[in-house]
Design a protein around this ligand. Structure first.
Ligand SMILES: Cc1cc2nc3c(=O)[nH]c(=O)nc-3n(C[C@H](O)[C@H](O)[C@H](O)COP(=O)(O)OP(=O)(O)OC[C@H]3O[C@@H](n4cnc5c(N)ncnc54)[C@H](O)[C@@H]3O)c2cc1C
Length: 292
């Protein structure tokens, strides 16, 4: 199918884009990589009256490091994240997660800003960014604001973005050298959206006990889910098979992922527990190898 008719603008600066959004906010959509929006338009599930194509706004495409934080511009393509040595060094969880996003054709066009603004609960980047306690930088003509992942992701395909606002960048704290991370998911075929997955970080102390842990699950609810009770259970604990198993059981307590043709709620809960257990095991091994 072809999309319904729309007007088209291609601003070349952020100010121009914000001006257009202020003028047409309610009736327009931002076009980034187009990997989610264009299929929705072709199926006529989205019918924006106007597209504001931000591919010409060069200032939104960058990967920089600022005072202990990785700053990734919204128009940074998945493939640029995947290949960045800076991202691999400072935030290997992102490098691992991005490899699971669709296929290389999708990753060559899709952007980090598009992924987080689209807020698909099965998407890899929102969960990885939740595990990393990332912050989301937004701008409108009225000014700038910054939200944590918890405030930014509201529900499925819904964020805190106002119609006249753009995501301009995502900031990720640099990884401490004694932290191990892992991203694990299960999809029927590589490149499909995950039926369940886990993004985790584990920081080990000198005594080998866990100083901090974060566990974020995808395809577990309407938005990325942080398993806070399980994280708390791990803090101060010796990380071994039994504490990892107990935390994985805790992580899925109270979850009710929806039943669909790919799997029942019970199946998905079991899958999420297994994904959590595998991710924690991998992250702990990596943390140990870094702390010697
Ligand atoms: C076959 C296929 C398989 C895929 N598999 C996966 C997968 O396994 N995992 C996964 O995570 N994704 C997958 N995707 C989606 C892909 O990752 C998209 O690239 C991503 O979801 C959206 O990024 P985009 O830059 O293409 O955004 P677009 O499609 O251009 O936009 C998506 C939405 O975000 C809004 N938006 C975009 N940028 C901004 C911004 N800076 N500020 C405010 N709003 C903005 C748009 O208005 C639109 O509503 C797949 C897509 C396809 C076609």
């Amino acid at each position: 199918m072809k999309p319904a008719q729309f007007e088209y603008d291609d601003p070349q600066t952020l100010d121009e884009a914000l001006e257009l959004l202020a003028r047409h906010g309610d009736d327009c959509k931002v076009l980034a990589g187009g990997q989610s929006l264009v299929p929705l338009m072709n199926f006529r599930l989205a019918r924006p009256g106007r597209l504001i194509d931000i591919n010409g706004v060069a200032s939104l495409s960058h990967i920089t490091s600022e005072s202990g934080r990785l700053v990734i511009g919204a128009m940074t393509r998945h493939v640029e994240l995947e290949r960045s040595t800076e991202v691999a060094r400072q935030s290997p969880l992102l490098t691992e997660a991005i490899g699971w996003v669709g296929h290389s054709q999708i990753r060559s066009r899709g952007t980090i800003g598009g992924s987080v603004a689209h807020a698909d609960p099965a998407a890899e980047l929102p969960a990885a960014l939740a595990a990393l306690d990332a912050t989301f930088h937004m701008r409108s003509k009225q000014g700038a604001r910054v939200l944590g992942w918890k405030q930014f992701f509201v529900s499925e395909f819904t964020t805190a973005l106002a119609p006249d606002e753009l995501v301009t960048a995502v900031q990720v704290p640099d990884q401490d050298p004694s932290t191990g991370t892992a991203f694990v998911e299960y999809a029927r075929r590589h490149g499909d959206f995950a039926l369940g997955g886990a993004a985790v970080t584990i920081k080990l102390g000198r005594d080998g006990r866990c100083e901090n842990a974060t566990i974020a699950l995808l395809s577990a609810g309407p938005a990325p889910v942080r398993a806070e009770a399980a994280e708390k259970q791990l803090r101060g604990a010796r990380i071994d098979e039994s504490s990892i198993h107990a935390a994985s059981v805790e992580a899925v307590k109270g979850l009710h992922p929806t039943t669909d043709l790919h799997g029942s709620t019970e199946y998905r809960v079991g899958l999420l527990q297994t994904m959590t257990e595998r991710a924690l095991t991998k992250a702990a091994e990596r943390a140990r190898s870094m702390t010697g």
